[in-house]
Design a protein around this ligand. Structure first.
Ligand SMILES: Cc1ncc(COP(=O)(O)O)c(C=O)c1O
Length: 382
């Protein structure tokens, strides 16, 4: 049957019909007063989403563009940075930092495990000369479904006093609590195709006062991603370059939907969906990559035994038109990942778990007790 595709990957995520319809209009001029009014509303609502009074800037980029902007606006060539790397996106922070000539020291953890905040404490306390200019980490590591201890690491950054904390919140914004002002986060990057519930194409960077001070002396080259230009334009409810007007129509509606659900309710929903997913998958006899205590509430990585991850993905796609994500790098073929962030409901989780059970039976898995997955997930959701 056509048009029944179910996206359960960690981005792009499903888009509500209201948002799709909002985008299905002629664009208007981005220098018009009508567009200015939309920008003003969006700017306020982005601040609400980030729980901040600081600037939240909107760029026409993917999440990686937001990450790059987060580096080049606040640092100088040769600056020493501590980068957390326990997955594909932590690794990417290291790559971007090296590409711009920063002196990178990586703090690593095995893929599937969280970063150890003690490693950061030791490095930061030992840096009495204050050479470390930034600590750069991924909050929700999408490649493994692990949440890193951002709040604790950030406390050590605050004790250090000099370093900025730069955060990839690409799969946490909108799904997991990221109280930017309460925690004192300096630079927070995210992307539209995740918790925002709109298609890919917009990146967001939230910038603290301390980060703006660093901006004044930062000498890395920048032009399109010069956040000073975005700040100036945002103050005038505008954009320095032509923005994707129709995506912004969608964002306006998506933010209204988020506000009517409420921040706390949104995070609680993501927790419930995650718990139900994990309970259902475990009841089907499939091991999970990340332990419960460090599980991201945006994405769950499953490490099947007996049947291969790729067979599961291709069979569930063919039989049920459900897309699950594969593993990346050395986890390719070893895990599959279930995205449950953004516009995802309890019904979606039950459907996916039921389809997963049927898929395992089709593939001849001996471990499946019929109905066990849905029963375990329903117990959480009931
Ligand atoms: C945690 C994280 N960071 C960064 C990115 C990169 O985003 P993009 O592919 O939009 O550049 C992703 C995308 O999946 C992500 O999940």
């Amino acid at each position: 049957m056509e048009d029944k595709h179910m996206l359960m990957i960690p981005g792009p995520t499903p888009v509500p019909e209201k948002v799709l319809l909002a985008m299905a209009k002629h664009p208007i001029g981005h220098r018009s007063s009508g567009f200015g009014e939309i920008c003003a509303e969006i700017t306020e609502n982005l601040k609400w989403l980030h729980q901040t009074q600081s600037d939240v800037l909107m760029l026409t980029v993917s999440g990686t563009g937001a990450m790059e902007a987060g580096i080049i606006n606040f640092l100088c060539p040769g600056d020493r940075v501590l980068v957390g790397n326990n997955g594909k996106f932590g690794e990417r922070w290291g790559k971007i930092s090296r590409a711009f000539g920063l002196e990178v020291e990586e703090i690593t953890a095995e893929w599937g495990k969280p970063l150890d905040s003690e490693d950061f404490r030791k490095k930061l306390e030992a840096d009495v000369q204050k050479h470390i200019k930034a600590v750069i980490i991924t909050h929700s590591e999408t490649s493994t479904g692990v949440i890193n201890p951002l709040e604790t690491i950030n406390k050590y950054v605050k004790n250090h006093g000099k370093a900025l904390i730069i955060v990839d919140a690409v799969t946490s914004l909108g799904a997991i609590n990221v109280p930017v002002d309460d925690w004192g986060l300096d630079v927070v990057g995210s992307g539209s195709q995740k918790g925002y519930m709109i298609p890919p194409g917009l990146g967001f960077v939230c910038v603290s006062q301390k980060a703006w001070e660093a901006y004044e002396t930062a000498t890395l080259p920048k032009f399109y991603l010069d956040l000073g230009a975005y700040r100036k334009a945002t103050c005038k409810n505008s954009s320095p370059f032509t923005p994707p007007v129709n995506l912004i129509y969608g964002l306006q509606v998506a933010l209204e939907m988020m506000k009517s659900e409420g921040l706390k309710e949104m995070f609680t929903r993501h927790c419930r969906l995650t718990e139900a997913t994990r309970a259902g998958v475990k009841a089907l006899g499939l091991p999970l990559l990340a332990d419960d205590e460090v599980a991201s509430t945006a994405v769950t990585a499953v490490m099947p035994t007996g049947v291969t991850a790729e067979d599961i993905r291709s069979t569930i796609k063919k039989q049920f038109d459900i897309s699950l994500a594969g593993g990346q790098d050395h986890l390719k073929g070893k895990i599959f990942r279930i995205g449950h962030l953004g516009f995802v409901s309890e019904r979606d989780i039950l459907t996916m778990i039921a389809a997963l059970e049927s898929t395992l039976i089709t593939l001849g898995s001996q471990k499946v007790t019929p109905g066990a997955g849905v029963a375990a997930a329903s117990k959480i959701l009931g």
